[in-house]
Design a protein around this ligand. Structure first.
Ligand SMILES: *Cc1c(COP(=O)(O)O)cnc(C)c1O
Length: 385
């Protein structure tokens, strides 16, 4: 019944975890879920209020424009200027997306012919690989290794793959490793992309989720980046708006136009009322973002302290709401996740779910309160790891 592209999808590991979680819950265990990368706090009130107002305006009820409301694209460009010093033309260098996942999944359709290669990090958000495969392309894995600070090593890419490479996905601050990239790395990316004629897609979903005074640089702020790439910004994690589905792409106008061509044939744009709430999010005080970061930072410190006490050697991430921890000796990532769930009622995500090179690690999401995190640590300490 199904197409080859569906039949060839890898088994969805997270479905297995969901099943195991449901089975444990059914036994009456009080499960602490540190698995999901979804903010637990509500969308800030001023954004919700703005949506309520907008949804009552009949002019928001019709089909939106394909490229997004000009006012939303302008607010996005202004936000990029304010936060990152980027100069962008809202008409040609900004595109509204129905969440960045949609963008990532559709982007390969604009640049990949059957047989072409897309360079995809591993471990990573799975959509880079799957989107490439759906477009008939071949993902070429770039291992993210701890010894390289979880940055790809371009010299290690096989020559024959590099010749066919049209596209590269990057994501810093990174899910799942919480690694960060500096401007020097982005400069290397630009040079590499120019040398090899590769379109760069920088997925910047965690751009604002930073700690200890760290600010994540924009890929586009590096000289020449506007010639080779685009950057995806999402309102999901930044403003606790995962359910709303709103993001935007900025950067090279030809790349933006290519993505826009795919999208205008697949979807009919993001709901105008949501874009109006998005304008409110982007153009109001950013105090809500700072407040969320304070909350995540406290949780991070609680989890780190606990993990280190029980002998797991983990460094404090400077960004994202993930803690990427090596699993204790004697376990693989699935085995350790199973142990945590069955013996401690804790859900965490096995690294192998993000790709082969995620083996040996487990990801904790800081999406539960300090009290729950402390409880999780307490339970883990009884496992005698
Ligand atoms: C959460 C996440 C996304 C999805 O963002 P949406 O805008 O909600 O689709 C994209 N990329 C990465 C790396 C993520 O972790």
């Amino acid at each position: 019944m199904y197409s080859d592209r569906i039949n060839s999808l890898p088994p969805y590991l997270f479905a297995t975890i969901d099943e195991a979680k449901a089975a444990i819950k059914a036994k009456g265990v009080d499960v602490i879920d540190l698995g999901v990368g979804d903010p637990d706090q509500p969308t800030p009130d001023h954004i919700v209020d703005s949506m309520c107002e907008a949804v009552r305006m009949p002019e928001t009820h019709t089909y939106p424009s394909y490229t997004g409301m000009m006012s939303f694209r302008k607010a996005s460009a202004d936000w990029c200027k304010e936060a990152r010093g980027l100069e962008l033309d809202p008409a040609s260098e900004v595109l509204t997306m129905i969440g960045s996942k949609e963008g990532v999944a559709h982007i390969p359709l604009a640049f990949i012919n059957p047989g072409d290669v897309a360079l995809c990090p591993d471990p990573a958000y799975p959509v880079y690989k799957i989107g490439t495969q759906f477009a008939g392309g071949e993902p070429c894995i770039m291992p993210l290794l701890e010894e390289n600070n979880f940055l790809p090593d371009f010299d290690a890419i096989p020559k024959d793959k590099l010749e066919k490479a049209k596209l590269m996905f990057l994501n810093y601050p990174n899910n799942p490793t919480s690694a960060i990239a500096d401007k020097k790395f982005f400069e290397e990316v630009v040079q590499f992309a120019k040398d090899n004629d590769i379109v760069v897609i920088h997925d910047n979903a965690y751009s604002e989720m930073t700690y200890d005074g760290y600010q994540a640089p924009s890929f586009l702020s590096v000289d020449g980046a506007m010639d080779v790439g685009i950057e995806l910004y999402s309102l999901s994690k930044t403003y606790n708006m995962t359910g709303w589905r709103l993001a935007f792409a900025v950067g090279n106008k030809d790349i933006i136009a290519g993505v826009g061509k795919v999208k205008s044939n697949v979807d009919s744009g993001a709901f105008d009322a949501i874009q109006m709430a998005g304008i409110t999010a982007l153009s109001s005080s950013q105090q809500c973002v700072a407040d969320m970061n304070t909350i995540y930072e406290e949780r991070r410190d609680a989890l780190l302290k606990g993990l280190n006490e029980i002998g797991l050697d983990v460094k404090a991430p400077k960004a994202t709401f993930y803690v990427w921890a090596p699993v204790p000796e004697g376990y693989d990532s699935m085995g350790f996740a199973k142990l945590l769930l069955e013996e401690a009622g804790i859900v965490a995500t096995p690294g192998v779910g993000f790709g082969t090179y995620g083996e040996g690690y487990i990801r904790f999401a800081l999406t539960r309160s300090v009290e729950r995190i402390n409880e999780a640590v307490e339970r883990m300490s009884k496992l005698n790891l």
